[in-house]
Design a protein. Structure first.
Length: 368
């Protein structure tokens, strides 16, 4: 229907109402601050009260003061007259530059500003206050950072296309992804692959050809039983290299005078390769037949497949002896095994040591 004046509002907000829990008092707290008692309508026991210091009540800010105290059986509520709010949802497309009285066409990076008081309305103008800064070297999908409290900038070397983030190449001394407190420690990307750096030095490189390069330091496996699977994609136990060690050991003979003793070993998995150089200047009683001190105990199977080597020289004038050493079961002993020229079978615990006896050889055995 025709109307005079502004378009009627589509929605209205009801007046705010506050209900009080009464007691024997003249002072109450309002939920909304008011200028004075005229901003509220007070109803006591369903009777509208007259505002004013000479009448029923006064109000200021959030304090309501009554002329006469209420009782606990009274009912009282206040209607906030000044709190009625009219809200309107403008129809779609109804607010445009013409409605806002914008005097010119928009320009990228400009802001809406009030025109002079004489002209009225709004205008598109340059951001004189510096609150908005146009992106330098503008490129689609460029990430944006704040360069100051009032400025933004598009990062030239940091780009995101919706699915992939690209960053600069970097170097060992300035990794692309660096530790906040140690800027020469982090990860950087190069044409050869992915590089991990600490203290400004390359430590590990995952090369573009799929190889892993360990630089300057060693690769450590600190948990027992862990290692490298070789030649398999399934992690089969038979392909696990879980131990490697090398060092020296000291061959020794009980009840004998040892003039020199040297041994080296290399352990790969459960196979231990050893060398032995042992010289005795004299032996005591009992004619010992064992050498102790192996770096690792042998496994539970003792057989001649684990031969340690030939004895290069000995002092035995009674017969010709084919002499070997074998590891003893579940121990760190070497036992002499020999076959004299007039005997068909090998003998264990062959007593062949004598004064000026020496052993020089090498071999292997299976560890426990």
């Amino acid at each position: 229907m025709p109307y005079i004046g502004n378009t009627p509002a589509e929605k209205y907000a009801a007046f705010n109402v506050q209900h009080f829990t009464t007691s024997a008092t003249t002072s109450y707290t309002l939920t909304h601050a008011v200028a004075n008692e005229l901003d509220i309508r007070l109803v006591l026991n369903n009777v509208v009260q007259q505002p004013g210091a000479s009448y029923a009540y006064t109000a200021s800010a959030t304090t309501l003061t009554l002329s006469v105290a209420t009782t606990g059986t009274d009912t009282m509520y206040a209607v906030y007259i000044g709190k009625a709010v009219q809200t309107v949802n403008p129809p779609a497309g109804s607010v445009d530059e013409a409605t806002l009285q914008v005097s010119n066409s928009p320009v990228n990076g400009y802001v809406l500003s009030a025109q002079s008081a004489a002209a009225g309305g709004l205008t598109w103008a340059a951001d004189a206050a510096g609150t908005i800064t146009a992106f330098t070297n503008g490129v689609d999908n460029r990430l944006v950072t704040a360069t100051s409290a009032t400025a933004l900038n598009g990062e030239a070397n940091l780009n995101f296309d919706g699915s992939q983030l690209t960053i600069p190449t970097g170097s060992a001394g300035a990794p692309s992804l660096a530790h906040a407190g140690d800027t020469d420690t982090g990860i950087y990307f190069a044409t050869n692959g992915i590089n991990f750096a600490t203290a400004g030095n390359n430590r590990v490189e995952l090369l573009s050809d799929g190889n892993l390069s360990i630089r300057q330091e060693s690769l450590k496996f600190e948990t027992a039983g862990k290692g490298v699977y070789l030649g398999t994609t399934t992690g089969a136990a038979a392909n696990l290299l879980d131990d490697y060690e090398e060092g020296v050991w000291t061959p020794n003979v009980a009840n004998a005078t040892v003039s020199s003793s040297t041994g080296h070993y290399t352990k790969i998995g459960n196979i231990c390769y050893i060398t032995i150089q042992l010289a005795l200047s004299a032996i005591g009683s009992g004619n010992p037949s064992q050498i102790s001190g192996l770096p690792f105990a042998a496994n539970a199977t003792s057989n001649r497949m684990g031969l340690i080597g030939m004895v290069d020289s000995r002092n035995n004038s009674t017969s010709t002896v084919e002499l070997h050493l074998r590891s003893d079961t579940n121990s760190s002993l070497l036992i002499f095994v020999g076959k004299e020229s007039d005997v068909a079978n090998y003998d264990d615990d062959l007593n062949v040591m004598a004064d000026s006896f020496s052993v020089n050889g090498s071999g292997w055995y299976t560890t426990a």
